[in-house]
Design a protein around this ligand. Structure first.
Ligand code: ZN
Length: 242
């Protein structure tokens, strides 16, 4: 079964629409969303509505937690705080109600799905290296765990020797004797110096995971964000992909 896994849309409607079109062309049978529908961008209502309509499993991220009033903006940097205040002031009640049905973790086939980490999913820890990923394998039982949160596409592999290694490649065929944590990257705000939207197609029959990169109209998104008076830092980073 071929599924698409998307994460960190961050209210970027242009990127999400292009990714949904690409997923359709890839022939995925289901779409799962790993959280952070809102924050940073200027179309939270439109993005939550698209996610609710197209995605089967829908998870919450740390930005969504703030939008739902479950957490304060204390731990966020200034630009993120400003965009979350902007979001909270404008988001529709109906959008908040839709998001309140989203989950914290989920499992599907032999996959575990979570926004940040399997250990304490609502503490929003980051996985940037193999050392940080190492202990996470004890906190889920499935073969493959898909995460988002850092906006960096990456593959962590737990080998037979118990050692975790980190890889960056566009395609992986996973082996039954190994286990994996895969960061699917970000649809709405990629940070790996590639400004195209990023997501993953996973095929449980061929055990193949492919990263897809999709170009979208960044210029249009930036113009809308400027008009909305969102922080310039957040506008410029979309083009730089950092
Ligand atoms: Zn995010």
């Amino acid at each position: 079964m071929r599924i698409a896994i998307i994460s960190d849309v961050h209210a970027n409607q242009e990127a999400l629409e292009k990714v949904l079109r690409d997923i359709e062309q890839q022939g995925a049978e289901a779409i799962h969303f790993l959280g952070d529908a809102v924050g940073y961008g200027c179309n939270p209502d439109e993005c939550v509505s698209l996610i609710a309509k197209h995605c089967d499993i829908k998870l919450l991220g740390n930005h969504d937690y703030v939008a739902l009033g479950l957490e304060s903006t204390e731990s966020f940097n200034q630009a993120a705080q400003d965009s979350l205040n902007w979001t909270q002031a404008r988001i529709k009640q109906r959008t908040v109600e839709t998001m309140s049905d989203f989950e914290i973790t989920a499992s599907y086939l032999d996959y575990y799905l979570v926004h940040a980490t399997p250990e304490e999913p609502d503490r929003w820890q980051y996985l940037f290296d193999a050392g940080q990923a190492q202990e996470q394998f004890e906190h889920f039982s499935q073969s493959v765990c898909f995460v988002g949160h850092s906006h960096f596409p990456a593959i962590f592999v737990l080998g037979n020797d118990g050692i975790v290694s980190m890889h960056f490649k566009n395609k992986l065929v996973w082996r039954q004797e190994k286990r994996y944590i895969i960061n699917v990257g970000s649809v709405g705000q990629p940070r790996d110096k590639d400004n195209r939207a990023c997501y993953v197609i996973a095929d449980s029959d061929s055990r193949e995971v492919r990263f897809r990169r999709v170009q979208y109209d960044i210029d249009k998104t930036q113009k809308k964000m400027r008009k909305a008076r969102l922080p310039e830092f957040l506008i410029e980073r979309l083009a730089a992909g950092v």
